[in-house]
Ligand binder design. Structure first.
Ligand code: FAD
Length: 372
């Protein structure tokens, strides 16, 4: 069978894109190397800009108690604290629940899943205008291929240039039970990184931090030792670590985290989410970017399949939309990422923002998009 669209990767962007396209009447297949449900390293805070779209593609999410977040707290120590309202705000939901619900919605819409299947290569046959995706078990055919394979994948070979990693980060996540207000997202800075804390469904709290990998090396790759040595320097974090119930046996970790603007279209493959470019989590917006890029691409592909636009227009319109909406956010996030690694710079920023509340609002606006 020849699909209209094959999506490589069934994370957030791939699942959203599959639902949007299938509901527009196109035969869609998702190739995903893993299975559902599963935990992923993520702060699990989603900015409100994508709330309407998520409700549309996944109405069952509403049946869960999803905390709404409207206040941001930044600490560099227990005494240097900035607290400010978030104009648009966000909500907290675990990746475990979110991807599972999206996958159910996709199956209900008619999307075909190839789970535990790893895409290995993409080839194009010009005579029949057909793309072939070779996986570890079979070869599938489609008119269009979308790359939703995330930040780091064997499919990175599609990129025209090799992306260098200036700084290597480590991501660590726990679900905990603790005293934390539903409407609050807190970012606690420490030497080498920062830790985000916000509530998710079922009265749980997500604690996720990102740290320069050098800090782990300095502690002989012992995560607990690194937490005690570096994270506990911020008394607010020490208090949380020492007074919470940790719900995972072991922390969930990812390494080699880096933040790059890549290209939205590579060798004819239309990339969405992190596959097109990665934002530093400090601004809490990677998931909204993944959803927004899926939303734009689904609409443009619809125009293309209905012959309202030709392929050249599809390519230029998607590239332009991607750059317009995401390039600045990625650049800004990299700046904040660097700044947040230094408690003294974070302290200075907190003092500055106390004096200039207008600046607080401007920064929040620049890092968040408008609802779509
Ligand atoms: C530490 C950390 C904390 C974060 N916190 C937040 C936050 O609080 N809020 C926020 O909005 N964003 C956050 N982000 C960013 C967010 O997690 C990503 O932007 C988001 O997951 C991107 O979704 P995606 O669908 O593009 O990629 P992914 O969710 O990574 O999905 C990619 C999928 O592709 C599959 N895949 C890869 N290669 C293949 C292959 N060859 N064949 C088949 N399948 C394949 C993978 O198994 C995976 O399921 C955080 C990121 C990090 C690193």
């Amino acid at each position: 069978m020849k699909y209209k669209v094959i999506i490589i990767g069934g994370g957030l962007s791939g699942l959203a894109l599959s639902i949007s396209l299938q509901r527009k009447g196109y035969a869609v297949a998702v190739i995903e190397k893993g299975e559902y449900p599963r935990h992923k390293v993520c702060g699990e805070y989603i900015s409100m800009e994508s709330y309407r779209y998520l409700q549309e593609i996944c109405p069952t999410l509403e049946t869960h108690h999803i905390p709404k977040i409207d206040t941001f707290r930044l600490t560099a120590s227990s005494s240097t604290v900035l607290e400010t309202p978030l104009t648009l705000g966000g909500f907290g939901v675990s990746r475990h629940l979110l991807e599972y619900e999206l996958m159910q919605a996709a199956v209900k819409s008619g999307v075909v899943f190839y789970l535990k299947n790893k895409a290995l290569s993409v080839d194009f046959q010009a005579e029949t205008s057909t793309y072939f995706v070779k996986t570890n078990t079979e070869t599938l055919e489609a008119s269009i291929i979308c790359g939703a394979f995330g930040r780091k994948s064997n499919m990175d070979y599609l990129y025209p240039k090799k992306y260098t990693i200036p700084t290597n980060y480590l991501g660590v996540k726990y679900h905990i039970q603790t005293q934390h207000a539903d409407n609050l997202i807190a970012i606690h800075s420490f030497e080498g990184g920062y830790c985000g804390i916000s509530n998710i469904e079922d009265g749980k709290t997500c604690l996720c931090y990102i740290v320069n990998a050098e800090k782990l090396k300095a502690c002989n790759n012992d995560i607990k030792a690194m937490e005690t040595r570096f994270l506990y320097q911020n008394a607010a974090l020490k208090q949380i670590f020492e007074n919470s119930t940790f719900l995972f046996q072991q922390p969930l970790t990812i390494s080699n985290v880096h933040f790059e603007i890549k290209e939205p279209i590579n060798q004819g493959v239309f990339c969405v989410g992190d596959a097109a470019g990665c934002i530093a989590p400090i601004t809490g917006n990677g998931m909204s970017m993944a959803l927004r890029s899926a939303f734009y691409l689904a609409n443009l592909l619809d125009d293309f399949f209905q012959q309202k636009i030709d392929r050249n227009t599809l390519v230029s319109a998607y590239s332009a939309a991607w750059k317009e909406h995401f390039s600045l956010r990625i650049r800004l996030s990299r700046f904040f990422q660097k700044l947040s690694e230094s408690p003294s710079l974070t302290k200075m920023t907190i003092h500055l923002l106390h004096f200039f509340p207008v600046l607080q609002k401007k920064l929040i606006r620049l890092t968040h998009g408008l609802p779509f």
